[in-house]
Design a protein around this ligand. Structure first.
Ligand code: OXD
Ligand code: MN
Length: 593
């Protein structure tokens, strides 16, 4: 076994933890990762040799690979995800709780000897820009080389993280093993009090790349609550208008609802430009100037592949030309990748589907790419990557957008009256479920701030924390809600979305600048019908009316659903949200008479 004495690790608590983990998991050897090119090439070579990666044609996609996961292991498993705290009420009604004692019995026991015959990789990583005071270090111990290669893209991994860590004990300790990949022995458990994560039985991104949902959201949200900042499931983009003025916007959408597309949108309005700061996670801090500032703690993107094309997201497609890991997409005979919605293919072209089985479109029973298939790629490869992506101070946020996937009810866009109302709008978000998590898709569920699966503590306290942060801000961002997914009576989307979403962002920034007025509606402030710039677009005005319509009685029913949902938080629910619900009901009642 590799001797730790030989390694460059000087941090005593890191060394002690590695030793204790190795004693329990019994790997054949230990490799401390430095993030170097040589290390990456060696791991890729081994994985290709073992059949765990398929190398793509290097002329089409240099240094890029396809990975196929176990067919039972293709999405996050929320029902197997737990938060472990001393008191159950601290995780609230929306999380699964497990006591430390139970976790040791049911989960830690599964780690005994689990790395037998495998290499144990020790992966130090930094979340956030190298010189940011807000960045945090984590170390993931894993027996999955796919996780190592992915973390190398998704985080600042290796030497930079160790340099930042020095001798500090304040790092997040993630222990991950593929175990036997059996869904019966699959668990992800978080210990916010001791900054630990244990994940076993899954190699899927959201369960296995512990830097992402586990550290940067579930653990970080608890740290943020204690320390007065926000760890959110949000993209960050910079939007520059034709006068050269830039505003930064953070936006929360549930998984697989187009965050990556919006983060790197190519505007369908002349003179406008989008810069991408982040596509999934956002840490926000009240600044000394009274504004809210944001960093993207990640270094890469783990984006949903199906539906991504040169038409829907040209910047994503251009990011994917080299140094990419594709997971569960289809493979063409020329060793290129394909997924539904990428391009037209011949009905009789023979490919391998995401499981590696022969597939042709003409006799397909199921999609060639898994609906939750992904690409993993450094953000720096994106043509729209922002210069501010590495800025230690982050970027000042002018607007926060909440959005759901709703076939009916929610209009294209509306503005909250103030911060408290905005927190209510975020807390009462509802969205139809997607393939990013296991379970039925298309079912409406409450997903406050798109954080339902990711908030590491009682969401009643989380809403109170949002209200408290707002009180510290002398210049809080304005808060909006958008819905790109509203459908007409024929079931078709009313709004084209993608590059045309800039038209909605334009209105949002005009509201931020105080350049346009808005129309009062019971649910908030809406654009006047000439408020959305439809220039250059063949879009009937009646359709915009339909998109902006507010159906008072349907909203009354929604308020009933909201009351039931918020009621679940009992006395942890801050009064401010009930006040907002009451005023909404009053306004709706008045509008219906
Ligand atoms: C993701 C998710 O992978 O939200 O980003 O599921
Ligand atoms: Mn996400």
């Amino acid at each position: 076994m590799f001797s730790l004495a030989e390694s460059s690790l000087s941090n005593p608590s890191l060394r002690a933890w590695i030793r204790a983990t190795a004693e329990h998991t019994r790997p054949s050897n230990i490799r401390v990762c430095d993030g170097s090119e040589n290390e990456r090439a060696a791991i890729e070579r081994d994985m290709v040799g073992a059949g765990a990666l398929v190398e793509l044609d290097p002329k089409l996609h240099p240094r890029s690979f396809l990975h196929r996961s176990d067919p039972t292991d293709v999405a996050r498993t929320e029902h197997l995800t737990f938060i472990s705290t001393k008191h159950e009420e601290d995780v609230g009604p929306t999380n699964n709780w497990m006591s430390r004692q139970d976790a040791e019995k049911r989960v830690w026991s599964l780690f005994a000897g689990c790395m037998h015959g495998r290499t144990m990789y020790v992966v130090p990583y930094l979340m956030g820009p190298v010189d940011s005071p807000h960045s945090r270090v984590g170390v993931e111990i894993t027996d999955s080389p796919y996780v190592v290669l992915s973390l190398r893209i998704m985080t600042r991994m290796g030497k930079e993280a160790l340099a930042r860590l020095r001798n500090s004990e304040g790092f997040v300790r993630g222990t991950h093993s593929l175990g036997d990949l059996s869904p019966e022995r699959r668990f992800v458990v978080h210990f916010p009090d001791t900054l630990e994560i244990w994940s076993i039985g899954s190699g899927y991104g959201g369960n296995a790349l512990l830097s992402k949902k586990c550290h940067s959201l579930r653990i970080a949200s608890v740290q943020a609550k204690k320390e007065g900042w926000l760890a959110e499931h949000m993209l960050i983009l910079g939007l520059t208008n034709p006068l050269g003025e830039t505003h930064y916007v953070a936006a929360a959408f549930p998984s697989a609802c187009g965050k990556t597309n919006l983060a790197m949108l190519v505007p369908n309005l002349p003179g406008w430009k989008v810069d991408t700061v982040g596509d999934d996670i956002c840490w926000m801090y009240p600044g000394e100037d009274g504004r809210l500032w944001a960093i993207n703690p990640e270094n890469g993107m783990f984006g949903v592949a199906p539906g991504t094309s040169l038409k829907t997201n040209p910047n994503a497609m251009r990011s994917l030309t080299h140094d990419v890991i594709f997971t569960n997409v289809a493979l063409r005979a020329n060793r290129n990748v394909w997924w539904e919605g990428m391009s037209k293919v011949d009905d009789h072209e023979v490919m391998q589907d995401w499981r590696g089985d022969t597939w042709t479109k003409s006799d397909a029973q199921a999609p060639a790419a898994h609906p939750n298939s992904r690409f993993t790629v450094p953000l720096a490869q994106c043509p729209s990557a922002s210069d501010s992506f590495n800025a230690g101070s982050g970027v000042p946020i002018s607007a926060i957008i909440f959005g759901g996937r709703r076939a009916k009810l929610a209009p294209l866009v509306y503005e909250a009256r103030n911060w408290q109302h905005g927190v209510y709008v975020g807390a009462t978000m509802v969205s139809e479920t997607t393939a990013a998590a296991t379970g039925a898709v298309g079912i409406p569920r409450n997903d406050p701030m798109a954080m339902l699966p990711f908030c590491g503590y009682n969401m009643g306290d989380y809403f109170a924390h949002w209200l408290a942060v707002g009180q510290q801000l002398r210049h809080p961002p304005k808060i909006f809600h958008v819905n790109w997914f509203r459908t007409g009576n024929d079931g078709r989307f009313l709004w084209p979305g993608f590059g045309d979403n800039v038209r909605v962002l334009k209105w949002i920034l005009e509201r931020v600048d105080g350049a346009v007025t808005a129309r009062e509606a019971p649910i908030g402030l809406l654009p006047h019908t000439d408020g959305i710039d439809l220039s250059g677009m063949d879009f009937p005005e009646e359709r915009l009316f339909e998109l902006l319509a507010v159906d008072g009685s349907a909203w009354m029913q929604e308020a009933g659903r909201t009351l039931e949902f918020l009621g679940r938080f009992g006395n942890r629910l801050p009064h401010g949200l009930l006040t907002e619900l009451r005023s909404l009901l009053n306004r709706l009642q008045l509008s219906l008479h």
